[in-house]
Design a protein around this ligand. Structure first.
Ligand SMILES: [Cu+2]
Length: 505
């Protein structure tokens, strides 16, 4: 089926979420697709239509509801409308740009055709103010995903452009309630207006643009009333530019059932805090105790001495059941091809630069994890050369580098080129003093190991958080042809050069 014909058939269905402002009212009384749907055509029930209109709006981000902040939002709301679709269905989303600048939509984590990936200059031309673009693709994988612009992303996400995309399993998990929490932070001035200093060099070379106001679903953190014995599925998503959340669930002991959308063996995390870098998602199952404590606090404890309350859970009402239900928590795996590790090609990406980066690069070189060959590829011959490279990078404004360069900008071509169908093992080395959530477009990868130690459950991910000095090994089948970005999802780091392309032929 061609793009055009698939576009003109299909039902005129709309996603009308609670806060969604689309459909008749938003399109001047006309159902969105009526002008192009042909009379007499059989509706295709597997298609969901969506209109996404990024533009200026206002939102109540701070605890005083009388104070409104000027934001940019999809269809007027932060977050944008929830797109909820079933695995295997087709999404047709029309972007109508009412922003004062160019934009696109990237469908984070989705394995879709390259032309739909929404990266200006790589997969499409940016959509000008007043322009539109039609995104059409099938959803092969169930899970928790999201959409956001990929043009001027620091400002466009920082002003509020993002929304959830939930792909439901054909056989959904049994729970009493499902919640989606989109975490974000905002840098607001005293009048609760967004600080317009995007891409400040300090943010680019340090931890990214960290805000001073944290929101959950675009609102100040609040209280949620739950019932004793209730089973909740919580879909967590970090939409912040740079903030990493380290979540403490009090005594609730959530079970992790999916990471970055993809099912994982249900397990309790060993770490006391759940680390959620920008772009990352977790699906959790939380069983509210039948007896005992009646209030729980979900806290973010990433920054010492700067903890944030994310939510308060108040247990109230009659118990839903006597104890913990024995319902299955295992989700059916998504159809992601398994990499053949014996037949795989190996590549490595060394991330360097940023404040105090020379020190970590030196340590990893001394420990032998960064080899003379890798240094050579980075254009570094000795320790003096390392210092020179760091200085010239900070002078040029490109404060980060991948394998010693910024291929996204200098036109050197892709970091890695792969034959279609080839299995690839990629070692990502963080030779910097900062954490980086590295995001690969168009594929899911298996996280195999950290610092040579195999990782529990080896989850499928699209974004992996790498600590300073850490080496992470991932593997995937390059089955999706095109040029795919692999970049740090701390958006200011990408601006500073932490980005490149993996080409699948
Ligand atoms: Cu980064």
């Amino acid at each position: 089926m061609t793009f055009k014909s698939s576009f003109c058939s299909g039902r005129r269905g709309f996603l009308l979420g609670g806060a969604t402002v689309i459909g008749a009212a938003a399109t001047g009384g006309l159902p969105l697709w009526s002008s192009i749907a042909r009379a007499g055509e059989t509706p295709a029930p597997d298609i969901v239509d969506m209109l996404l209109r990024p533009g200026a709006s206002r939102a109540s981000l701070v605890s005083n509801p009388a104070i409104q902040t000027d934001v940019w939002a999809y269809n007027g709301t932060v977050p944008g409308p929830e797109i909820r679709i079933r695995q295997g269905q087709r999404l047709r989303a029309r972007l109508e740009n009412t922003l004062p600048q160019e934009t696109t939509i990237h469908w984070h984590g989705l394995r879709i055709p390259n032309a739909m990936d929404g990266v200006p200059g790589v997969t499409q031309d940016a959509v000008k103010p007043g322009g539109s673009f039609d995104y059409v693709f099938d959803l092969p994988d169930a899970g928790t995903y999201w959409y956001h612009p990929h043009a001027n992303t620091t400002e466009q996400l920082g002003r509020g452009l993002y929304g959830p995309l939930i792909v439901e399993e054909t056989d959904p998990l049994r729970v009493d309630r499902e919640l989606v929490w989109i975490l974000d932070d905002w840098r607001l001035d005293d009048a609760a207006m967004i600080d317009s200093g995007f891409n400040a060099m300090h943010d680019v070379s340090h931890a990214g643009r960290i805000g001073n106001v944290v929101t959950v679903n675009g609102l100040p953190p609040g209280e949620l009333v739950v019932r004793p014995g209730e089973r909740i599925r919580l879909r967590l998503l970090n939409a912040a530019n740079g903030r990493i959340f380290a979540l403490d669930f009090d005594e609730l002991a959530p079970t992790v059932i999916a990471m970055d959308g993809h099912p994982v063996t249900p397990h309790r995390d060993d770490a006391p805090l759940l680390l959620l870098g920008p772009g990352m998602r977790f699906d959790l199952v939380i069983d509210i105790p039948v007896k005992g404590k009646t209030s729980f606090a979900v806290m973010d404890r990433f920054y010492d001495g700067m903890e944030n309350r994310i939510a308060s859970l108040a247990v109230s009402g009659e118990a839903v059941r006597d104890g913990v239900p024995d319902w299955d928590m295992a989700l059916k795996p998504n159809p992601v091809p398994e990499p053949d590790l014996d037949q795989s090609t190996r590549h490595d990406l060394v991330y360097s630069g940023g404040m105090m980066g020379g020190m970590v690069l030196q340590q990893m070189t001394q420990s032998g994890h960064i080899t003379p060959e890798m240094l050579n590829r980075m254009g570094i011959e000795d320790m003096a050369g390392m210092g020179n490279m760091m200085r010239s990078m900070s002078g040029s404004g490109n404060v980060w580098a991948v394998n010693g360069r910024d291929p996204d900008r200098d036109g050197d071509g892709p970091l890695v080129t792969l034959e279609r169908g080839q299995s690839c093992r990629l070692t990502l080395m963080n030779a910097t003093a900062w954490l980086h959530p590295i995001h690969l477009h168009g594929h899911a990868f298996r996280l195999l190991a950290r610092n040579d130690a195999p990782v529990n459950h080896q989850p499928w991910l699209d974004t992996v958080l790498i600590k300073p000095g850490e080496r992470v090994e991932i593997a995937f089948v390059a089955d999706n042809p095109g040029d795919w970005l692999i970049h740090c999802h701390i958006l200011e780091h990408r601006v500073g050069g932490m980005s490149g392309i993996i080409r699948v032929l």
